[in-house]
Design a protein around this ligand. Structure first.
Ligand SMILES: C[S@@+](CC[C@H](N)C(=O)[O-])C[C@H]1O[C@@H](n2cnc3c(N)ncnc32)[C@H](O)[C@@H]1O
Length: 250
């Protein structure tokens, strides 16, 4: 079957697919992840390094959490938060296999995010598209960050993706186009918008992009030209404050 924008419905899930061999970007230990390039760009802009404390909200299987943990090293820490208890187990396995870095896996809804300490970076990817109130989740993430720290969100504009020139759809996501709202949502959440941009993997014929689409849809795109949903990245900075109240439990 040939995919078109009309018959294509993306399933949601963590990116998979075979390794790209030619992209001159940081691999971050995420060689199977066609969306790793925007993550690498964001982390470079932030200057993430040794000793940072981070939270990866909606961490899924924890691939990004483990990549962050390797970057922040043993003196840093990454909280991997997901509402699905199975995700906690998968993350724990991925962290144990990676060996380095400290990943603390927590089962928690993003809307209720509470951490034992404040972090320098609160990160999410492909999460806000699944929540009822993305602004509330961003506020919660900002509340988990130290003054002067960052919130980074990476979310798609699904309908801006193309297969054979036609738009994609993702009917099982609550907010498949939330990426289009991210810059405004960051400001609404009371943060300074430091940077915002969009990036989309694209391809035609066999390769990581076609394989990624295949893994999400279980339909072979053949030789159709593909533009995967652009991922909008926002970097928000949390205001410095003398004393901010601890996050209330909801
Ligand atoms: C599409 S996966 C993305 C996983 C990972 N962030 C990535 O980019 O590979 C979305 C994840 O968000 C989690 N999730 C959905 N709604 C959530 C919520 N309200 N609070 C916390 N996690 C949530 C799901 O359980 C799932 O693991």
């Amino acid at each position: 079957m040939t995919l078109t924008g009309d018959n294509l419905s993306l399933r949601t899930g963590a990116p998979t697919g075979p390794a790209a061999t030619v992209w001159p970007v940081s691999e971050l230990g995420l060689r199977n992840d066609v969306y790793r390039r925007p993550l690498a760009t964001a982390l470079e802009r932030l200057g993430l390094g040794e000793g940072w404390r981070c939270v990866d909200v909606g961490a899924g299987a924890g691939d990004v959490s483990v990549a962050l943990a390797e970057l922040v090293g043993r003196s840093g820490r990454v909280y991997a938060v997901d509402s699905d208890p199975l995700a906690r187990d998968e993350t724990a396995r991925a962290a144990a296999a990676a060996g380095e870095g400290q990943v603390v896996s927590l089962t928690q809804a993003a809307e209720d995010l509470v951490l034992p300490e404040r972090v320098q970076l609160a990160y999410c990817r492909f999460l806000l598209m699944h929540v009822r109130d993305p602004a509330a989740v961003l506020r919660r993430m900002a509340g988990a960050v130290v003054g002067g720290g960052y919130v980074v969100a990476q979310e798609p504009v699904t309908s801006a993706g193309r297969i054979g020139g036609l738009p994609l759809s993702m009917p099982d996501a609550l907010r498949p186009d939330v990426g289009a709202w991210l810059p405004a949502l960051v400001r609404e959440a009371g943060m300074e918008l430091v940077d915002a941009w969009a990036e989309a993997p694209a391809g035609a014929g066999p390769g990581p992009v076609a394989d990624y689409l295949h893994s999400l849809t279980e339909v072979d795109p053949g030789d159709e030209p593909i533009v995967l949903p652009p991922l909008v990245t926002v970097i928000g900075r949390v205001a410095e404050a003398e004393r901010r109240p601890l996050l209330p439990r909801r």
